[in-house]
Design a protein around this ligand. Structure first.
Ligand code: FAD
Length: 456
């Protein structure tokens, strides 16, 4: 009988486990999870904290009981894998409740250890009232702290997507909210010219933005938290959320001698196999092949974690399934706006050095067009930016920002890039039209027609 051991019980790990157990009913599938939950929607946590989602239980996709009793997966909670012994094909596991260490043999191993929130090396990052948000238990701690202390002011350090989503959640809960961002713009995975409207919108909604300034630490003043801003006056708050990014949990793999990529995430092939044929890895702990760049990159997002886990499971079960790669397609709600991105930004394309030493082959155009027929009640403008390779018109990436119709339009462009379409082909795609849904020339095609002029 096959024994499959999986390290980590969230999106990637449980996708792999479920697939293997479905395909190989006789196998023993053991999932070690060091935390308190398996399979939860991290992406929904800001909306629970903000009050849109009523209960944290709604965020649970699968409980250990259901995984065990219905799916037949041997889930072992609060068990941390501390070492992978490749020569003898075992893992060392610590029971976090008893401290006991045991050794478990595997035929195949899946590393699905995800990523951890980074706390920058500045003072005060572990003070009470200073939080990061990664696991469901983090959101429960924030929720309980808010219920117990009724904070009035919050500082969010980091203006990426989690910081911005949490700023909205905290405003919804009636707090005064500040975002401190070291860079000159929020949402650094968008080009600077695509964030202006949203930046203004955040201010309109009451978020106080402190751009171009890094925090140098959090101290305690009269029972409150003072977030230092170097030369500038500190912000005094009752709650601080640190959302400056994540790092891959790849230490176990590295200690076992498995290859890591330049991002320090685990290197896998298109079958989600590491350089050990008996060890697979998936999710936020691995690099994925970037379809436009043609190289491996680390962009930790839920869709690739779920798919990568499933594909690892399929291949362990005897299939021959390849993961085609990623574009980093993402969508974020910012109050009344939606921002979406796929592929490379203009800045990313230039910096990659793949489109001319100084990015001279990178073309781009940003347009503004209605999401529905202009006369349709409630029609809203979308700002759409397309980035192309001017030499042959291939689409390198896109960003869309607006109040409506932004989320699924980005998926048209992700599909076009994956299919290798050029911008003139995108401009002529036979997309649907009726006044309540889109203009006769969809904003995506308006952008395509404008940027097409730069080709050649
Ligand atoms: P993880 O979710 O990190 O799970 C890894 C698991 O492994 C953890 O449970 C951990 O406890 C366990 N583990 C680690 N090491 C060990 C060990 N040694 N032994 C045992 N167990 C171990 N993505 C999107 O695409 N869209 C979104 O809107 C979005 N919103 C998000 C909002 C928030 C607030 C957060 C935090 C993330 C969001 N993400 C979003 C990212 C998404 O949640 C992740 O991409 C996804 O959870 C990755 O799944 P994973 O299984 O690879 O890793």
């Amino acid at each position: 009988m096959n024994t499959i051991v999986i390290i980590g019980g969230d999106a990637a790990g449980m996708s792999a486990a479920s697939k293997i157990k479905r395909e190989m009913k006789e196998s023993d599938v053991i999932v070690y999870e060091r935390g308190e939950h398996i399979s939860f929607s991290a992406c929904g946590m800001p909306y629970w904290i903000g009050g849109t989602i009523e209960s944290d239980e709604d965020l649970l996709v699968l409980t250990p009981e259901v995984a065990r009793n219905i799916r037949g997966i041997d889930v072992r909670m609060r068990h941390e894998v501390t070492a992978i012994n490749r020569a003898e094909k075992t893992v060392d596991v610590r029971n976090l409740d008893t401290g006991e260490i045991a050794r478990q043999a595997y035929d195949k191993l899946v590393i699905a250890t995800g990523a951890s929130a980074v706390r920058p090396p500045i003072p005060g990052m572990y003070r009470p009232g200073v939080f990061t948000l990664r696991a469901l238990s983090d959101s429960q701690r924030i929720y309980a702290y808010m219920a117990a202390t009724e904070p009035q002011t919050a500082v969010v350090i980091g203006g990426g997507y989690i910081g911005v989503e949490m700023a909205e959640a905290l405003i919804d809960r009636g707090l005064e909210v500040h975002i401190v961002e070291m860079l000159p713009q929020i949402m650094p995975n968008f080009d600077a010219d695509m964030v202006d409207e949203v930046t203004e919108h955040l201010r309109e909604k009451g978020v106080q933005l402190h751009l171009n300034v890094g925090s140098d630490g959090v101290s305690e003043v009269d029972g409150r938290l003072a977030v230092g801003l170097g030369e500038q006056e500190a912000i005094v708050a009752n709650l601080v959320l640190v959302s400056v990014g994540v790092r891959p949990n790849s230490q176990l793999a590295a200690e076992a001698g498995l290859a890591l990529g330049s991002s320090r995430a685990i290197r896998v092939d298109d079958h989600m196999r590491t350089d050990d044929p008996d060890i697979y890895a998936a999710g936020d702990c691995v690099e994925h092949h970037h379809i436009v760049l043609g190289e491996d990159v680390w962009i930790p997002l839920a869709p690739s974690a779920n798919k990568g886990g499933r594909i690892a499971g399929e291949n362990i079960s005897g299939s021959d399934t390849s993961f085609p790669g990623i574009l980093g397609t993402a969508v974020v709600k910012v109050f009344d706006y939606t921002m979406s991105v796929t592929g490379l930004t203009e800045r990313g394309a230039i910096e990659s050095g793949k489109f001319g030493a100084n990015g001279e082959f990178v073309g781009s155009a940003a347009i503004s067009a209605y999401d529905k027929a202009h006369y349709w009640p409630g029609a809203e403008k979308i700002k759409a930016k397309l980035v192309i390779d001017k030499r042959d018109g291939h689409i390198l990436g896109a960003q869309l920002v607006g109040k409506a119709g932004v989320n699924k339009r980005i998926d048209i462009i992700a599909t076009a890039i994956t299919a290798g379409l050029t911008v003139d082909q995108l401009g002529l795609l036979d997309l649907s039209y009726a006044p309540p849904y889109s203009p006769v020339y969809d904003p995506v095609q308006v952008a395509a027609n404008v940027v097409m002029k730069q080709v050649g």
